[in-house]
Design a protein around this ligand. Sequence first.
Ligand code: NDP
Length: 331
Amino acid sequence: MGFRALVVERDDEGKTLAAVRMAEESDLPAGEVLVRVDHSTVNYKDGLCIGPGGGLVRTYPHVPGIDFAGTVESSDDPRYKAGDKVVLTGWRVGETRWGGYAEKARVPADFLVPLPAGFSTRAAMAVGTAGLTAMLAIMALEDHGLKPGQGPVLVTGAAGGVGSVAVAVLAHLGHEVAAVTGRPDQADYLTGLGASRIVPREEFAEVTRKPLESELWAGCVDAVAGVMLGRVLKQMAYGASVAAIGLAGGAAIEGALITPFILRGVNLLGIDSVMQPYANRLRAWSRISRDLPMDRLEAMIVPAGLSDLPELGAAILKGQVRGRVVVDVRS
Ligand code: NDP
């Protein structure tokens, strides 16, 4: 039976166009599990893939959507049966194979995670790849000794997807959260999520040659990199860790020196959500269902439908999306 999908086509001159059209189950890639997709979301990579792909998409026509949550329609794998609620993030779904911007998706069973009990598909996509990554970052900081009461924890790119969830979870866990944003108009939103301090982005705008700065932060979830991460590393407390998840401000770590690592024992922890092993995914989703307050998640949600995606894809590439877009693919 036909179903609706956001399909990106490329013409002979290499120009791409994304539009909602009908697709067939026979168009879907191989995999053991057919999922009726309820919700998806919008990530930076989705912004790229709704457009010319930025080197991520291999073949056209293409259905983007790097994450989705839905209900199993049929399964050739004993781990899943019709009616099970599942979530998918990563594994390059929506990049190298058709993804979540369609009413149906077919994927390998290994790519799926069962939704925690009581978690809706809408809430799962309000969390999405961004929220899962925020949780993985917080787990990594905890594994390296972060505990409430040690001092303020910095979150950069705070009004974005990863940042919003990181602020809400850290505050709920009892941390004092300092939220860095370049959008002063988002201060109320961030304090509503639990931030106790708003730090203007400009405070990290300049590269310094200083080997170290005052010790300010007990931990950091960094979505920005660039000049900001170079400065933040020099401001970390003795033995503290930074979980680096993104590059919204550039791929280099500008002005970084070895001094924070060898004089203060600072740790830089790399976080990848795409190829994360299954056991860690399960642990992270279970922590999310425990440590992310649902009222704060609700406050982050911007609702959307399939036809809104071309506009939202362009907006996220410009850093203009706040919080978490939840796409109801059935609308
Ligand atoms: P969003 O676009 O939702 O948020 C990014 C935020 O970064 C913006 O909202 C803005 O926050 C801030 N920002 C944007 N541009 C700049 C800039 N030039 N300088 C400083 N700050 C800036 O994206 P996500 O939160 O979904 O993702 C954040 C990053 O993490 C992206 O680079 C993404 O590709 C990456 N990512 C990595 C994953 C992984 O597995 N490691 C998984 C998911 C995402 P504000 O307005 O508050 O300043």
